[in-house]
Design a protein around this ligand. Sequence first.
Ligand SMILES: [Fe+2]
Length: 260
Amino acid sequence: MKTLLLPLTLLLTLASATPIADPTATLHTPDLHRRQATTTSSSPTSTPSAYALPTLPYGLSDLEPHISREIVETHHTKHHATFISNMNLAVRDLQSGNITNIANILSSFRYNAGAHINHSLFWLSLAKTNSTQAMATPSREREALSSLTGQILSQWGSYDAMWEALVEKAKELTGSGWVWLVRGPGNLNTVEVKLTTDQTPMMDPWTPIFCIDLWEHAYYPQYKNDKMAYLRSIKNIINWDEAEKRYSKTKLSPVVGTEW
Ligand SMILES: [Fe+2]
């Protein structure tokens, strides 16, 4: 039996009922959590488990006091894991060859795969509290080593001003979604703060540098309804080394057509 196995990014594009921008837009996926789908073609009844929950790059308590252990554990092992489980169910349904319910299958795949991509990048966007990667205030000293820091200082004058712009942008989100620092559009060196709603990933012409989960499950157990307090606190654990790599395009993700 020939297994239907399409690249995740391609499936996401196919499943997109309302393209975000250019229909030829590509979608960026975090490197760490790309996983080549595997098949066991020797058995026609076997179901490939294409995507798995990524291991966190730090301990459950390492983001405290900014994000509690309880939140990290639930967010990772419950929320993120469920998105992956649902995505794999959609893949299984696609592989079944029965397309009677194709609209629902693609809709489920698009939503859950978007959530998987976003959460994978979210975990990478953060670093241990007080680690060298988490530098709350990129400085003029760091500017010499970091083109991203230089760009931020050039555009906003200070890191704090950039972060306030991010907080203000987040206030525009009326429901659930994500706030991003992105590079672009295209090959421009400029950076911008942007939002996506629900579980929509960042797509071309923008290149994600980091993202922050603005769903209530990301902060409510600790911050209750004070989303702004969460945003001001999480600023202390942004992984600037990772952000710099993404800005410098040394760790960018594949685009549509690339299997992962
Ligand atoms: Fe989340």
